[in-house]
Ligand binder design. Structure first.
Ligand SMILES: Nc1ncnc2c1ncn2[C@@H]1O[C@H](COP(=O)(O)OP(=O)(O)OP(=O)(O)O)[C@@H](O)[C@H]1O
Length: 774
């Protein structure tokens, strides 16, 4: 097999692909216990490395993948990588052997972007490699250390108090519509500790330990976090005061954002991670820098989840989502990867929150904060499996003076660290619901990544027509779109990025998943067919002797010529067989690939089924709700109609059963009636007077004479007659009163008249009533 092709000149965009094997872990789920992967000894391919580290010329670069001993006859595959790291390789060996320092150097001194990514099956050790563990730092932390050590005193402090204009000048040079904050302000808004001392020298958390440490438990840890809403008022926070004090008018617009950052009402505050590891030590790997230069380091983090980009430093107020429910929708705002006004020829993730860090510790804290927000879930393959592709970006910017006016601007390059989510088989991962759907998306994006990597291998092998299909999904767009020189003549010349891909594999893991990843990522591949012992050589060797292998004597009658012919025929047939065997092996691989695709399609079907089920449920819920609303409307309508019907009935009944009321007498009638009553009263009075007269001999005849005509004659003079007459008078008076009150519309003279009559009658009563009764 040929050694892996070296990177051609000018093709620095291509990834260097390293393979790292993971040591076995006890009680691991899904491990077969059989080892499929073997590392070829280094001396077989002496100059094969292609690695930049010439010191490891004798390093292993090839592996063979031995198919499992099942009934299927499968070919042995051989894969070539830039370098292979076996199970016992340490984090430091990997850091040095994969040329991480040269990536940092490219960013600091060569004006070249760098990208390092890990690719592999779920649980194969990607996050361990890139982010480290409780005791060991990962590639990211070591690169950060080297970077900050190299920049040393050339780093400008971004603290608003120390340098109030820095953020505004950085914002003016930023091309990605980002929101810029100083690390001190950002960390304070998260952890509420202005000094930040508690986070210093703390320990990096890998996704593994994320689930096991209090980092994922969003409980109040600091006095600030226990405060009520009044104390969360930004004005009362020290950060606000600190910034506010330092605000001078020109910078206020920019710092307003910082103030709004401080005012994020966080219901829970995470704990600052503590005791982050210091090992391995990389203090001797610093890169020399011009001490007069000035730099800033800007950190941003995002994840690609379900083919959408989300900022990891703009957390949701409710805390991290570690495991969304089946019906839980992602409420975060996805970001766009697009060219912006300030960067028309180059796509950038627009609208990220970016943090300006002055120290290694600050950058580590930002990394930890972003990791808290990243999606993880427990699956059958890994107890804390990354469910998204995580991107950690370090922009190193150098101060340059504007050519025209000498103004302060910033230019630089980016180092991107990518922790890819692992490919997984739904059956092995034992996923369901949303996690199954995530798995489907992860596999799909990794399939596109595999296609891009294969195309890169084709390009390396000289196929100039091959195009890398990187626009198929967000992941490949983010990884590859800046790997090629810009076609735009007007754009500023940029070097293509330098890429390192670390492929991780568990030699005892799932054979099919592993062979698929290796096929995608390897720089070269060869299929070896196990050789069958040659029959011809056996016969030929037998023809020279007198005895066959069975010990029987060869018949003398068979001539040598015949034997040679037969042997040649056998050789021809053997060669033919071997050619067919190679073809068969190729077919076998093709079949395996198709099987993989079939499995991927099956998983996709499962996902679609899941989606359809969810959609059906949602639709049914919607219809039920609609039906309920319709029913409620019909019910309300029915109740309304019923009420109307009752009202109509009541109206009808009330119309039929009419209460008879006397018509109100008119005014004339009232007067007439009163006059009649008056007359009868007069008559009664006259009668009474007569009666009195007849009883009293002292009564003057004049008086009796004057009343003579008006008084009717009466025979009886009983006392009760007198009383009944009085009662009649009272009644008449009361009726008069009533009439007076009831006749509101009557005119005042009429009322006066009635009152007059009343007075008159009252007087008469007093005049006429017997003295003792009065
Ligand atoms: N080189 C190694 N040395 C020791 N332990 C390792 C190594 N690689 C991986 N592990 C352990 O294996 C487990 C799984 O590793 P890790 O979480 O890094 O896998 P992963 O590939 O990132 O998985 P996923 O894609 O599901 O997120 C962890 O417990 C990790 O500590």
């Amino acid at each position: 097999m040929n050694p892996p092709p070296k990177q051609p000149q000018g093709q620095t965009s291509l990834f260097q692909v390293y393979l790292r094997l993971r040591p076995p872990i006890s009680q691991q789920h899904g491990a077969s216990g059989e080892r499929y992967l073997n590392v070829e000894p280094p001396e077989v391919y002496p100059a094969a490395s292609g690695s930049e580290n010439t010191s490891d010329a004798a390093a292993s670069t090839h592996i063979t993948l031995q198919p499992p001993n099942d009934s299927r006859k499968r070919a042995v595959e051989k894969f070539a990588f830039t370098k292979v790291f076996e199970e016992n390789a340490s984090q430091l060996e990997l850091f040095q052997g994969t040329g991480m320092v040269s990536l940092v150097k490219g960013v600091l001194r060569e004006g070249r972007d760098g990208l390092v990514a890990t690719l592999g099956c779920s649980g194969s050790g990607k996050s361990h490699t890139i982010l480290g563990s409780k005791t060991q730092r990962g590639m990211t932390q070591m690169m950060l250390d080297v970077l900050f050590r190299s920049l040393g005193p050339t780093i400008r402090n971004a603290d608003a108090q120390a340098d109030p204009v820095l953020l505004s000048s950085l914002a003016a040079s930023d091309t990605s519509e980002a929101q810029l904050f100083s690390a001190a302000a950002f960390l304070e808004s998260i952890y509420g500790d202005p000094s930040g001392e508690r986070g210093r020298n703390s320990r990096a958390q890998t996704p593994m330990s994320r689930a096991q440490t209090p980092m994922t438990v969003w409980k109040p840890s600091h006095p600030y976090s226990d405060r009520n809403t009044e104390s969360m008022n930004p004005v009362s926070m020290p950060c606000f005061k600190q910034i506010k004090d330092s605000v001078t008018n020109p910078e206020f617009e920019l710092l307003k954002d910082t103030l709004s950052l401080c005012s994020i009402p966080r219901r829970h505050m995470p704990q600052r991670p503590s005791a982050l590891p210091h090992l391995p030590d990389v203090s001797d790997l610093a890169i020399d820098m011009d001490p007069k230069s000035e730099h800033v380091v800007i950190v941003s983090m995002y994840e690609v989840y379900n083919d959408r980009i989300f900022d990891l430093l703009s957390p949701m107020p409710g805390g991290p989502i570690t495991r969304p429910g089946a019906n839980q929708k992602d409420k975060r705002r996805p970001l766009l990867f697009k060219p912006t006004g300030a960067s028309p020829d180059r796509k950038v993730v627009a609208g990220l929150r970016k943090i300006v860090c002055s120290t290694y510790e600050e950058a580590l804290m930002i990394l930890e904060t972003g990791l808290i927000e990243r999606r993880v879930a427990g699956t059958g393959s890994n107890s804390v499996s990354s469910r998204s592709h995580g991107f950690f970006c370090l922009e190193v910017k150098r101060k340059v003076r504007g050519k025209r006016y000498g103004e302060e601007t910033w230019a630089g390059n980016t180092l991107t660290v990518v922790d890819l989510a692992g490919s997984e088989r739904a059956r092995a991962a034992k996923t369901a619901g949303a996690t199954l759907a995530e798995g489907g998306k992860i596999n799909e994006s990794l399939m596109y990544l595999g296609q891009c990597l294969q195309m890169q291998s084709d390009i390396q092998e000289g196929n100039k027509t091959a195009l890398v299909p990187f626009r198929q999904c967000k992941l490949t767009e983010l990884l590859f779109s800046n790997s090629f020189p810009s076609n735009n003549a007007s754009s500023t010349q940029r070097y293509p990025q330098k890429g390192v891909m670390i492929v991780t594999a568990d030699p005892m893991g799932d054979f099919n998943a592993m062979s698929q990843i290796l096929r995608y990522s390897a720089l070269a591949r060869e299929v070896a067919v196990p050789r069958v012992p040659s029959v011809a050589s056996t016969i030929l060797s037998g023809s020279t002797g007198t005895k066959g292998s069975s010990g029987r004597t060869t018949p003398q009658s068979i001539s040598m010529e015949e034997l040679e012919n037969a042997a040649q025929e056998i050789v021809r047939i053997t060669n033919e067989c071997e050619t067919l065997a190679v073809k068969l092996a190729e077919e076998e691989i093709a079949r395996q690939e198709l099987e993989m695709k079939l499995r991927a399609a099956e998983e996709r079907c499962l996902m679609i089924e899941q989606d359809v089920r969810e959609e059906c449920w949602a639709e049914m819920d919607e219809r039920m709700e609609e039906e309920r609303r319709r029913w409620q409307l019909a019910w309300d309508e029915q109740v309304g109609r019923h009420d109307q019907h009752i009202d109509k009935k009541i109206e009808l009944i009330s119309r039929e059963v009419k209460i008879y009321e006397d018509p109100e007498p008119s005014r004339d009638e009232k007067v007439e009636e009163l006059e009649r009553e008056n007359d009868s009263l007069h008559a009664k009075i006259a009668a009474l007077e007569r009666e009195l007269m007849s009883r009293s001999p002292t009564q003057s005849p004049k008086k009796s004479k004057s009343k003579k005509n008006t008084m009717p004659s009466t025979e009886h003079t009983p006392c009760h007659n007198l009383r009944s007459s009085d009662a009649d008078i009272e009644n008449a008076l009361r009726r008069l009163d009533y009439l007076k009150l009831a006749d509101n519309s009557s005119s005042i003279p009429a009322t006066k008249q009635t009152a007059k009559k009343q007075r008159k009658m009252t007087t008469r009563k007093w005049d006429l009533a017997p003295e003792d009764e009065i």
